[in-house]
Design a protein around this ligand. Sequence first.
Ligand code: NAD
Ligand code: MG
Length: 380
Amino acid sequence: MKKITVLGVTGSIGLQCVDVCLHHPEFVIEAMSAGKNISKVEEILTLLPVKHICVIKKEDCDYLKEKYPDRNFYFGNEGLEYIAKLPDVDIVLNAIVGFAGLLPTIEAIKAKKDIALANKETLVVAGHIICDLAKQNNVRLLPVDSEHSAIFQSMNGESKKDVRKIILTCSGGSFRDKSREELIGVSVEQALNHPNWSMGAKITIDSATLFNKGLEVIEAKWLFDLNYDQIEVLIHPESIIHSMVEFVDTSIIAQLGNPDMRLPIQYAFTYPTRKKLINATSLDLAKVATMNFRKPDLVRFKALDLAYQAGRTGGSMPCVLNAANEVANDLFQKNKIEFLMIEELVEKAMKNHQSIENPSLEQLIQVDKETREFVFNQIL
Ligand code: NAD
Ligand code: MG
């Protein structure tokens, strides 16, 4: 049996984790956190005997406490950090979106919990801190992002020194076939219409800009201890090959499957073994018939170029890239800015920042705050 805390249980990844646990009673959700979707929390409470539940607002916490006196409720960041380090829990799935996932991950690592990491922003912002802490506490960082799970699976039993490079595949998002000119005036609804995956709004917009792939490049650098010359991105519109590793002898090992995030979630729980994935169909390659690949054009997909720049600069620059993107992504979703302004604002924020080498957590929190203010001030 494995006891799990799920942070961000009401989101796309969180709910798919609930599905995995409903089919495999040996994975027990001991604790969970949610934002504002309280009816979803109540739905999950009718399905699973989760003991500890954290929400963002105190009034939601009070309401739930009264209605479900046999469970324990908490609220706010303190509550989140508390359920991330409960003594009984073996593994914490972090499926919160954005910078908000950083501090609970740190608490969970300090409490020696293995981390199933969907929240890529954590590694983008503070990869050096997270990796050092994980090492010190002998904690495993198990990737849940499909590309990183594919790399993780492809490296199984291999030696790190034999890796020449990794190839992150990329669907290209909602606008992969549009030119830059055709991106002028695209709507939020169009951007939210991802061709292959159904995901939360922020990551779906990030897939359309390609900031998602950019964040994943930085995430991969930390997870697999690579340099940026060893990380390539390849557009693969079918999303069948989830990523690949090339070894020094030119052999390439890849992981394939129908797009289904339940697989990397479940693999993070079952690693190093496997279990049947319920209600999943085998990949029918004859039906897929053709797979396409092309190199991303870094002028067309400027976000990817910015992410490589931020990663190579290092220090606090990836934190700036992430914070500016979070704000700009949200402004676009609220129809406050045009789609192409997202990358423009990120670029401006990066130009405005003098990177701090080896930043502390406190410095990163400050940089995140200042970058958010800077981006807001650009559109006043
Ligand atoms: P989502 O928006 O569907 O869900 C996010 C969850 O986090 C919700 O439960 C929400 O209530 C909670 N949350 C949001 N802000 C919070 C805050 N400030 N404090 C506490 N909780 C908060 O997002 P998602 O698509 O499930 O993505 C979650 C993470 O997983 C992201 O980092 C994303 O990049 C990554 N990821 C998602 C997918 C996918 O298929 N959805 C794939 C790979 C990686
Ligand atoms: Mg991914």
